[in-house]
Write a protein that binds this ligand. Structure first.
Ligand code: THU
Length: 148
């Protein structure tokens, strides 16, 4: 069975903790590891706007800080504009931005896996699933620097 439903549910839960007072767009990410455990992240904005971190980057950095970068198998990403109560809304799937695709690629190449990337909205059943190699073809990565 696909890991998508579980990862999307975890990403939606994570998005509740988005710190996004500037864009009011909440994003959650859930990273699946080889042992079945899931590590989550949410976007973390900053009053100095350009310093803001995306949900996927927060999640992958957390995985790395746990020494588990090579164990990443798949990721779920959700996002949506926040309503007046701060809850993410909308059923349009949100795909990782370009920078996050590159960050995900670090985990993919270090682990020797083409990651599954499951994308959904904050609500609803629509899911768009990809391989990272589709979202970031011919990627630059650790191998280009002689690191495997
Ligand atoms: N954002 C993410 O967290 N991940 C993405 O892949 C796209 C964008 C965040 C950044 C910012 O906090 C908000 O969404 C609006 O751009």
């Amino acid at each position: 069975m696909s890991d998508a439903p579980r990862l999307i549910a975890a990403a939606r839960e994570a998005a509740r903790h988005a710190h996004a007072p500037y864009s009011r767009f909440a994003v959650g990410a859930a990273v699946l590891l080889t042992d079945g455990s899931v590590v989550t992240g949410a976007n973390f904005e900053n009053a100095s706007y350009g310093l803001s971190l995306c949900a996927e980057t927060v999640a992958i950095a957390t995985v790395s800080a746990q020494g588990r970068l090579r164990e990443v198998v798949a990721v779920g990403v959700i996002g949506g504009a926040m309503d007046a109560e701060g809850r993410a809304r909308g059923d349009q799937p949100v795909r990782p931005c370009g920078r996050c695709r590159q960050v995900l690629n670090e985990a993919a190449q270090m682990g020797g896996r083409d990651l599954a990337v499951h994308c959904a909205g904050a609500e609803g059943d629509a899911v768009a699933s990809y391989r990272l190699s589709e979202l970031l073809p011919d990627a630059f990565g650790p191998g280009d620097l002689g690191i495997s």
